[in-house]
Write a protein that binds this ligand. Structure first.
Ligand code: C2E
Ligand code: CA
Ligand code: CA
Length: 622
């Protein structure tokens, strides 16, 4: 195993998984109060004041010592959760408000040096007029009340009514509104954080990352500054999730987030874009050697072992780098160039790739996710159907649906040129949804013409991890009144072998709903027969690699023979794909293969052509 690979061993733990704290949302590492509080209406407000102190800070502004003492006594008697601060005149009050944290003001109208109204006016002028204030006055006439309200006080209390009960009820009501206001502000702040920060790692999320990238580009345009964009993808992270569970996976992401933050400079942005994908903006780095130094630091920190309970895991990373303005002067180009390099690094098992002149030519010729989005919107994708023929009856038992892309920019693109891109850019779901929908529409047109053409769809491994795949597939099929038993889902052997918990559940749901599941490219993954055993599989598709030499290589013939025997014993279909010659077809028939598919019988074709082909291709359709 190389250092890049994830290793799971049973070394002594250094750190353990943190306990799950139910009911707490984590934003930016700090715990966040739930948005709704179910405290009793009549309970005294709490959690006010600075630094987590549970009492509100009340400033009593009165020039009369006796009145101030009386107010203080009432508050203590009723055990109101407030800390009392005193001011003996207007200017003292203004000074304290400027320097202290005050939650609520009880303000006498008549002060020695100025009136309460003047104090409020001065506070407003200093933009400190937002602290809730209760005005106390000796005059008690209506005009003063109106003036007080106009100045924005929350309540008004004539001095002659200043007994313990009235004061406490006015203060309690004001404290409640202070508390409400505070909690409203807190939840707004939390919402803001949640929309900008990733809740698991506390790092900036996709939204904030794109915003920072925009800002960096703008400042680059104005000041001529340079920066680099890094796309970071963890290696073999899925293995941690699959073998140790999602809590362990989350923990690894958290640790990686912390490590990224620890190597970042203040001016850099480290973000989590989703899943095991991170990104980074490094400022003011021009030289390639300096970029390499930073990237090496990031790789070294991520690759440190992580202890999870009894296990130790090690995840590596593949990093793609694009520089502004050298490799792109807009967001899309920079990101797709960094992304391109990240996949190049991954494929060549290198830690990182920095965009270079050779890549410029390659990326110009290669479709990017934007091209695929356009293809979806502008209906540049179309389907071909390749018949599957039974060797027993000679009938066409259905067709495999294969996607094609007629691009004005790249010409005709075959699936190998865009399926992987669709998986990377999370477009595979839209792509599959649109392919399945179009094919089902076609299927019902054929149905109206008394043609039953069962269809097989290729389902990418990535899609199986979508918890609701079975729901939308079932919905689609039933919206066309099609029996799921006429639909086969081809899933590659490797996808089945490394099936996650979610994927297994989704697959079982699909099988239980009547969909047929086929193991595609069987033999190419050289994995065990475990998947055949674990799921109620309907068919095995023998990979073209074996079909190619089934006539000429005895060992291959023996393998195909054993696969066909296994299928027979399990009562499932053995289908051979990529059958190109009559000789291969005869050999497969001899070995007991049930169904064949390949150029020797028919190439993939458009729906109309399939209809014509079916008419000339003799006999019945099952
Ligand atoms: P696959 O599922 O193994 O599909 C069979 C491929 O072999 C098709 O290539 C088909 O055109 C080709 N083929 C069929 N008979 C012969 C033959 O006799 N000789 C040769 N040389 N080739 C033959 P295609 O259409 O290029 O598709 C390639 C792969 O792309 C497919 O492999 C499948 O994995 C994937 N794919 C195609 N459509 C979709 C789709 O809608 N969704 C997903 N997720 N993958 C798709
Ligand atoms: Ca297939
Ligand atoms: Ca195949």
């Amino acid at each position: 195993m190389t250092a890049k690979q994830q290793t799971i061993s049973s070394n002594k733990p250094e750190r353990t998984l943190p306990p799950v704290q139910e009911g707490l949302l984590h934003a930016g590492g700090a715990s966040v109060k739930p948005q709704f509080d179910h405290r009793d209406e009549n309970e005294a407000p709490e959690k006010l004041g600075r630094n987590g102190s549970s009492s509100a800070r009340l400033l009593v502004v009165d020039d009369d010592d006796v009145d101030r003492e009386r107010i203080s006594r009432y508050i203590k008697k009723f055990k109101l959760p407030v800390v009392i601060l005193d001011a003996t005149n207007g200017s003292d009050a203004i000074k304290q408000i400027a320097t202290e944290h005050i939650d609520l003001i009880l303000l006498d109208y008549q002060l020695g040096d100025m009136t309460g109204a003047q104090v409020l006016g001065e506070l407003q002028r200093r933009e400190q007029g937002t602290i809730p204030t209760i005005m106390v006055t000796g005059m008690g006439d209506e005009n003063t009340a109106i003036e007080a309200m106009r100045l924005g006080v929350v309540d008004y209390l004539p001095k002659k009514e200043l007994n313990a009960e009235t004061l406490i009820s006015v203060l309690t009501a004001a404290l409640k509104s202070v508390d409400l206001e505070k909690r409203l502000q807190e939840s707004q702040e939390n919402l803001r954080r949640m929309s900008l920060y990733d809740s698991l790692t506390g790092l900036p999320n996709r939204n904030l990352f794109f915003d920072r990238l925009d800002q960096s580009i703008l400042s680059g345009q104005r000041k001529g500054s340079e920066f680099s964009v890094l796309m970071i993808d963890l290696n073999l992270f899925k293995g941690v999730n699959d073998s140790l569970g999602h809590a362990a996976g989350d923990y690894v992401l958290k640790v990686v987030g912390e490590r990224l933050q620890s190597v970042a400079r203040k001016s850099d942005t480290m973000a989590r874009l989703g899943g095991d994908e991170f990104a980074c903006i490094l400022h003011d780095i021009k030289q390639r050697e300096d970029i390499v130094l930073c990237v090496d630091k990031i790789i070294a920190s991520i690759s440190q072992p992580i202890a999870i309970g009894e296990n130790v895991v090690q995840v590596g990373a593949s990093i793609g780098v694009a520089q502004y303005p050298l490799h792109g002067s807009d967001q899309t180009t920079l990101l797709s160039n960094a992304d391109f390099c990240m996949y190049k690094a991954k494929e060549s098992h290198k830690h990182y790739e920095i965009y270079g002149p050779a890549d410029a030519q390659a990326t110009e010729k290669l479709p990017a996710s934007q091209d695929l989005i356009k293809a979806l919107n502008e209906k540049e994708l179309f389907l071909e159907y390749q018949p599957k023929v039974s060797l027993n009856s000679g009938a066409c038992i259905g067709a495999e649906v294969l996607l094609r892309w007629k691009s004005p920019k790249f010409g005709l693109v075959m699936p190998d040129g865009f399926i992987a891109l669709a998986e990377r850019s999370n477009l595979i779901e839209s792509l599959t949804h649109s392919a399945v929908k179009t094919a089902l529409e076609q299927m019902s047109v054929w149905w109206d013409q008394k043609l039953t053409v069962p269809l097989a769809f290729n389902i990418s491994a990535k899609l199986l991890d979508n918890k609701i795949l079975h729901i939308w597939l079932k919905d689609l099929v039933s919206s066309y009144s099609i029996d799921p038993r006429h639909i086969t889902l081809e899933i590659t052997e490797t996808a089945l072998a490394s099936c996650s918990q979610t994927a297994s559940t989704v697959l079982r749901e699909l099988i239980d709903s009547g969909f047929r599941v086929s193991i595609d490219d069987f033999g190419s993954g050289f994995t065990s027969f475990k998947a055949v055993n674990s799921f109620d599989i309907a068919e095995i598709k023998i990979d073209k690699y074996f079909v190619d030499s089934v006539e000429t290589d005895e060992r291959v013939e023996a393998i195909v023979h054993s696969v066909v025997s296994l299928a027979r014993r399990l009562g499932i279909f053995a289908v051979a794909e990529g059958v190109e010659t009559a000789g291969q077809l005869e050999k497969l028939r001899e070995l007991g293969c049930d169904v064949v598919q390949g150029y020797t019988l028919a190439r993939p074709m458009r729906a109309d052509d399939l209809q014509d082909w079916l008419k000339t291709f003799q006999t019945k359709i099952e």
